[in-house]
Write a protein that binds this ligand. Structure first.
Ligand SMILES: [Zn+2]
Length: 259
């Protein structure tokens, strides 16, 4: 699943300038990873169409799925995982749809999550999801299959995660060093697991490397332009966290928008 060539997936367009929801940041056309659509994985219809905002998120939140570290790297397994998460979010949590915008399997397959997510990203807009309590209106969530409290994520997953982050940072004009955070940076949770969390600096650096390879302009949104209330608060990790498959910490809360 490694797609080594940075220019794979349709090449790179340079210098595209697009107004983002009233702001005048320039958006970079980016190399898009292969994303399996909701139709590809057999998504159920959402109860309601997701809310789409006319400007992009300012942070990318990395999660783990708190499911088994399977050795099945097939696309069919990745599709089944997405259906399973959607079932949990809709039937157990009672939400309108799957919560996160993107899911990446241990085989490195990138799957669209919440309805409208892919179209919104391509348009540099933001589909409001349900993955990080109090911060859903300005963050995009990527659920990475597995449990990474002590296990190390597979290379295929990390490669696809970096490719996906490079795409999102280019589309939304984000600086990977400040934009890529873990769920625990906002909510009291161990998500995305100590091991994956410890790999975030490496992910930021790998993302930047890929952006450079794609000749993405380095004039990225500086973290200092992000409103204070949007910045990570680094809460304490809970000691007695609930251990349930698919549960990886608080995902909904006021300002969350939708469910
Ligand atoms: Zn999480």
């Amino acid at each position: 699943m490694l797609r080594g060539a940075a220019l794979a997936g349709g090449g790179v367009l340079l210098g595209g300038a697009t107004a983002l929801g009233g702001a005048t940041r320039s958006a970079h056309a980016a190399a898009e990873p292969h994303v399996h659509t909701r139709a590809n994985w057999g998504a159920r219809r959402p109860r309601r169409r997701a809310r789409v905002l006319g400007s992009g998120p300012d942070h990318i939140v990395v999660h783990h799925t708190a499911t088994a570290n399977t050795s099945d790297t097939s696309t069919s397994h990745a599709a089944a995982l997405s259906r399973s998460i959607q079932r949990y979010h809709m039937d157990t949590n009672g939400w309108d749809d799957i919560g996160q915008q993107l899911t990446i399997s241990r085989g490195g397959h990138v799957m669209e999550g919440r309805n409208t997510s892919l179209a919104a990203i391509r348009a540099a807009n933001h589909t409001v999801g349900a993955h990080t309590a109090y911060h859903n209106s300005h963050t995009i969530g990527i659920e990475n299959e597995g449990t990474y409290s002590s296990a190390t994520p597979p290379e295929a997953l990390m490669a696809s995660l970096a490719e996906t982050c490079a795409w999102l940072c280019a589309v939304y004009n984000l600086d990977p060093s400040s934009a890529i955070v873990g769920h625990r940076d906002y909510n009291a949770t161990s998500c995305p697991g100590d091991r994956l969390y410890a790999m975030l600096p490496e992910l930021r650096s790998e993302t930047r490397t890929r952006m450079r390879a794609q000749l993405v302009d380095e004039d990225l949104l500086d973290g200092s332009e992000v409103p204070e209330e949007h910045r990570p608060s680094y809460p304490e990790r809970p000691m007695d966290e609930r251990r349930t498959e698919h549960f990886h910490g608080p995902a909904l809360g006021e300002h969350g928008g939708g469910s």
